[in-house]
Design a binder for this molecule. Sequence first.
Ligand code: PAF
Length: 282
Amino acid sequence: MIIAKTVAQVREQTAKWKADGLTVGLVPTMGYLHEGHASLVDKAVSECDRVVVSDFVNPTQFGPNEDLEAYPRDFEHDCALLEKHGADMVFYPDVSEMYFPDAATYVEILSDMPKMLCGKTRPIHFRGVCTVVAKLFNIVTPDKAYFGQKDAQQLAIIRRMARDMSYGIEIVGCPIIRESDGLAKSSRNTYLNADERKAATVLYRAVTLGKRLIQEGERGADKVTAEMKKLIEAEPLARIDYVSAADGVTMEPVDKLDDGVLVALAVYIGRTRLIDNFTVGE
Ligand code: PAF
């Protein structure tokens, strides 16, 4: 596996692959890779001739009081996982390689989409995500790019950004990968102590409850999210950020849980903010 530290190295290699008629898949990550990331790499390897994984903790998507400094990093472990799963290149740039000191250009969706759900408490987050993903698209020029459904709002926003900016890149969403007790895999799970780790299953318990109520015929968004909130509030270590039903494409709030609606939640377990979701009818 090639380890590329510079934009020029990535450009040179992907240009060679393309000249040979090979398709290129991109899996953008912030490193500290787990089975969730591995599933994206597996999917990319199965669909593309060459796979590039970016491993970059992107400072522009963290708010001033968020966990940029604390965000876990382990590049050696990441390389071992990527080799095992058949990635061809890892792009591991320094911040100075990705951002000029006087960088002043951002990619931002100017509808309400990035202000909904996670955007309420993370106002600059999706601007940072769109900017770094647009840069990665420009650097790697992939045919396809792979993102997890766990970050459902991010996936919807990137689909919109790729469409609006005419990237011509296929955006592939991949299912949530869970621990055996249902907790969605996340690099941030590492912040949880033993008690918090147990409490964190409340997100999946809420997802399961929501799905069950819908299967039993309840289609009122307020009713289902109220029951999910009640379950979460019974967990002493949990504090709800939001439990909401939104249009799966626009992220606008909805009243009725029709197929395709996204039911998403963000919950603090101690100081750690975790997210989960499901799509009605899936
Ligand atoms: O989902 C992530 O890990 C990040 O938001 C992404 C897409 C790699 C952009 O930094």
